[in-house]
Design a protein around this ligand. Structure first.
Ligand code: AMP
Ligand code: ZN
Length: 454
């Protein structure tokens, strides 16, 4: 089977045909760096990392270019920097550094390029000038706006009616706007706001223009795959398409548009007011990154995902079983299992790929030839088994990082109590340790070992 991908443009799975198989090009909208990424943001990170890995496997690592931008100019950034009393640069550097560490901890390969919006202002201005020259944009009150009625097939990606688009765009009604759906390409900046000189005065770009500029700069005017979360279909991606197609004169911007479904936590939309808003950072204190990654990939990327503690525990248990077997075959280079690759080639069906791995794991434990080696290879393709077995088995969540001297003292006290046949004291100490999350194991030779319970 060859690679098939579901595209939001066609609303079906199509055979994937790269424009140039020697240079397969993928663009994914990256973070706005004003605050720590939450577990919902981890979904596109992980999903498109799996796509990147699959494309590298199919076309050769050097033939795939993956660009994921960093939005480092945005009004949310200005507001947060002001609230914290730090410079915009300090805020974006700090947030981006945390984001990069989170992505690495989640087992994501670095994209080929991570362009920053603030380093591509000239390219944005150039596109805006093209749009003005082509009659697709107009200047009003210091702003430059994209004229939506100038594009006949605007709305092709989201397939919404005009009324729905107007409601969904939640665009500010501004007196200088000619059409309700017209959106900002450039806006003026006050002295206090970040700004760049432009033909329309000192100002800053709108959000959508960044992605048109950065994708065309690195991947060309038309490229293969554009990705992001489902919430970006409208207006962000619709507007990216409008800008790029009207500026460059093509019918399409990217051939395939892929969108991951939304993530909710314990059955509810994540929100600060509900108190179920979890950052990747917080989760990484309690779970290894590979457990978070595995938990994400058990659901198909287009389905909504309900992020629960129960499924996290299950993911941890399964990886705990898998790790020793995978490590036994760590050095063997085996062929990937055909059913595993077929699952991934079927629109990135990671749950089916994991099912294939479960079968291989079972065969591996029954010592079926090659199963173990295949099992380990499949896992590595998905970004698993990156840790040493010892490191995996001794990893402890931050909340369980224990005072080892205290534990040793208590264990000795308990051994003394047992020697003295003081069973109530022995039991009391065991209970105290259990309170601390420590499980004891009495060995035949009279010593006691312990582990942290999860
Ligand atoms: P943002 O920083 O809000 O622009 O989001 C960065 C990426 O995360 C975008 O691709 C969003 O679509 C995606 N995203 C945000 N929230 C969620 C969520 N709850 N579930 C899945 N994806 C999300
Ligand atoms: Zn974008």
């Amino acid at each position: 089977m060859a690679l098939q991908l579901y595209s939001t443009l066609t609303r079906r799975k199509d055979a994937f045909q790269p424009i140039d198989p020697a240079r397969v090009r993928l663009y994914v909208c990256g973070p706005t760096v004003y605050d720590q990424a939450h577990i919902g943001n981890a979904r596109p990170l992980i999903v498109f990392d799996v796509l990147f890995r699959l494309l590298r496997h199919l076309y050769g690592a050097e033939h795939v270019t993956y660009a994921r931008n960093i939005t480092d100019v945005d009004d949310k950034i200005n507001a947060r920097a002001a609230a914290r009393g730090i410079s915009i640069r300090e805020l974006t550097e700090e947030t981006n550094a945390i984001f990069q560490e989170d992505a690495t901890a989640l087992g994501c390969l670095p994209p080929t390029i991570q362009p920053r919006a603030t380093e591509h202002i000239a390219a944005m201005i150039e596109i805006i000038e093209k749009l003005l020259a082509g009659g697709h944009a107009y200047v009003a009150d210091g702003h430059v706006l994209f004229s939506v009625p100038s594009m006949p097939n605007y709305g092709k990606l989201s397939r919404r009616s005009l009324d729905e688009m107007i409601a969904g765009a939640r665009v500010d009604v501004a007196p200088y706007k000619k059409g309700d759906l017209d959106f900002v390409l450039w806006k003026p900046s006050s002295e206090a706001e970040p700004g760049w000189d432009s033909p329309w005065g000192r100002g800053r770009p709108g959000w959508h223009i960044e992605c048109s500029a950065m994708s065309s700069a690195y991947l060309g005017e038309v490229f293969d795959i554009h990705g992001g979360g489902i919430d970006l279909v409208f207006p962000h991606h619709e507007n990216e398409i409008a800008q790029s197609c009207c500026a460059f004169g093509h019918d399409v911007m990217a051939n395939v548009w892929m969108h991951n479904g939304f993530l909710q936590v314990e059955g509810e939309k994540m929100s600060k007011s509900l108190g179920n808003f979890v950052t990747i950072r917080e989760l990484l204190a309690d779970w290894p990154g590979e457990v978070l990654r595995f938990n994400m990939l058990k659901t198909h990327y287009r389905q909504p995902i309900d992020w629960t503690l129960a499924s996290l525990r299950e993911s941890q248990r399964e990886l705990d079983r898998w790790y020793p077997v995978a490590k036994q075959f760590a050095d063997s280079e085996a062929m990937l299992a055909p059913e595993f690759i077929a699952a991934l080639e079927d629109d990135l069906n990671t749950p089916d790929a994991i099912t294939a791995m479960r079968r291989l794991y079972k065969d591996a434990t029954e010592e079926v030839a090659f199963a173990g080696a295949r099992f380990a290879s499949c896992g590595r393709l998905l970004g698993f088994f990156e840790k040493e077995l010892n490191a995996w088995e001794h990893w402890k969540p931050a909340s369980f990082r224990v005072d080892e001297i205290l534990v040793a003292t208590k264990i000795n006290a308990r051994l003394e109590a047992r020697k003295a046949r003081d069973w109530p004291a022995s039991d009391r100490i065991r209970d105290e340790l259990a309170e601390m999350g420590i499980a004891l194991k009495d060995n035949k030779d009279g010593t006691t070992s312990w582990e942290v319970k999860r």
